[in-house]
Design a protein around this ligand. Structure first.
Ligand SMILES: [Mn+2]
Length: 419
């Protein structure tokens, strides 16, 4: 029996606020479906964070349904567990239920540890599914091998063994019971393989696209053959993932040379360029990079400036004068529809500084209602659906091409490619 193990597709995510990146996320998901069909797997096993949000955008539902229906029509069974992203915070239900009600998901685990038997001509496979919310009960599973040929565990959790300092990484491999043939994990966005003490591979295929720079660069799904007593695991690299080019700039001429060597490759998506800038003025490099965006060589760029960011602060234009004739207050309030946050954002526009950016982050942490309001406000209407498959998507409405200082300051510290 063949299984395609996929995780962290995050449908609806829009890294850096770019429509093109939202489209990348959908395309990576579609590629996993194409692989499942091409490889004629029996089970499409999704280890959580299927959607990016418990309130998915309409296009996320449409794409999810259209793609999963292809699996249904091919007789491929679909198992999905909820990650923290597709579990609602309170008083609501997971969007995954709709997919089950529409008949394109065969087994779902959201609020409980669920198990089910999947048969093909040669094997009985028992799948135990542990959603994110139940991860601390994982030790209590009693693995039954009675009448079953293979047992598979699917769970959404960060293993301690990954080694990233996180309160979330609170389950260790030794807490997972013995007796599984294969352990399919999700949550960690980087391809990683562990081995359980009884020999079972414990695998994170990783996210299907890159959400943060530290999740760069190759992305995979795991292809698992359960025919033999010991499963054969291989990784299939996703081809649709947008390339990233990372350049460390220590002097202007080397930096220029490296940038000018970037070429548009036919049939490959335009890359994202990430610059680590040391002692070079931001403006010098930003000008070249934005020309590369305009001329269609690269999709997007980000500039990281060395920690002592005096140079960065001084490069921020003071907007208060230039925008005096605009009713900024009204614009910002209409955008965020939350008074406290609007005031902070206005302060930032008038006096951009790291301190105000940090205040904004702190404010968001303390005000879940503001976050909720922002989530439900986030609309991007550039998606268009035709009646045919793969309706055209307009990517011209790119928001915020350049890494703004707010974006940079709001970006959290690298955590080694977490969830
Ligand atoms: Mn995730």
């Amino acid at each position: 029996m063949l299984v395609l193990h996929v995780s962290d597709t995050h449908l609806g995510a829009m890294p850096y606020g770019l429509i093109s990146r939202a489209k990348d996320i959908y395309e990576a998901f579609k590629e996993t479906i194409d692989i499942a069909l091409r490889e004629r797997v029996s089970i499409y096993l999704h280890a959580g964070d299927f959607f990016d949000s418990p309130n998915p955008l309409p296009e996320s539902y449409v794409i999810a349904y259209r793609e999963l229906r292809k699996l249904k029509e091919a007789g491929i069974r679909v198992v999905i567990i909820a990650g923290q992203h597709d579990t609602p915070r309170r008083h609501s239900v997971s969007p995954l239920y709709l997919l089950q009600d529409l008949g394109v998901v065969d087994m779902l685990a959201i609020n409980s540890i669920t198990s089910g038997v999947f048969r093909d001509s040669s094997l009985n496979v028992l799948i135990y599914a542990v959603p994110h919310g139940l991860k601390s009960s994982i030790h209590s599973i009693a693995v039954s091998r009675e009448g079953q040929n293979r047992s598979v565990l699917v769970a959404h959790l960060l293993l301690k063994e990954i080694g990233i300092p996180s309160e979330e990484a609170d389950v260790s491999l030794s807490q997972i019971p013995r007796g599984f043939t294969y352990i399919a994990l999700g949550d960690y966005h980087m391809k990683t393989e562990f081995r359980h003490v009884d020999g079972a591979p414990a695998v994170y295929p990783g996210a299907t696209e890159i959400h943060k720079e530290n999740e760069c660069c190759d992305k995979y799904v795991a292809f698992v053959d359960l025919s033999a007593e010991k499963p054969a695991v291989s990784f299939i690299k996703l081809k649709s993932v947008r390339p990233w080019i990372r350049i460390k700039c220590v002097d202007v001429s080397t930096c220029m040379r490296e940038l000018s060597s970037i070429r548009r490759v036919e049939g490959v998506k335009k890359p994202i360029v990430s610059i680590d800038l040391q002692k070079i003025r931001v403006e010098t490099i930003a000008k070249i990079l934005s020309e590369m965006v305009s001329s269609g060589v690269i999709e997007y760029y980000r500039i990281k400036v060395a920690e002592d960011s005096d140079a960065l602060e001084s490069s921020i234009p003071r907007l208060s004068d230039a925008y005096e004739y605009l009713d900024l207050g009204r614009i910002v309030r209409n955008m965020v529809r939350h008074e406290g946050l609007a005031q902070l954002l206005l302060r930032y526009v008038k006096e951009p500084s790291k301190q105000v950016a940090e205040d904004i982050v702190q404010y968001l942490k303390n005000n879940t209602d503001a976050v909720k309001a922002l989530e439900t406000n986030s609309t991007h209407n550039a998606f268009q659906y035709g009646d045919s498959e793969g309706g055209s998507t307009n990517s011209s409405g790119v928001v915020n091409r350049k890494t703004s200082t707010v974006g940079r300051a709001l970006q959290s510290k690298p955590s080694g490619g977490g969830k």
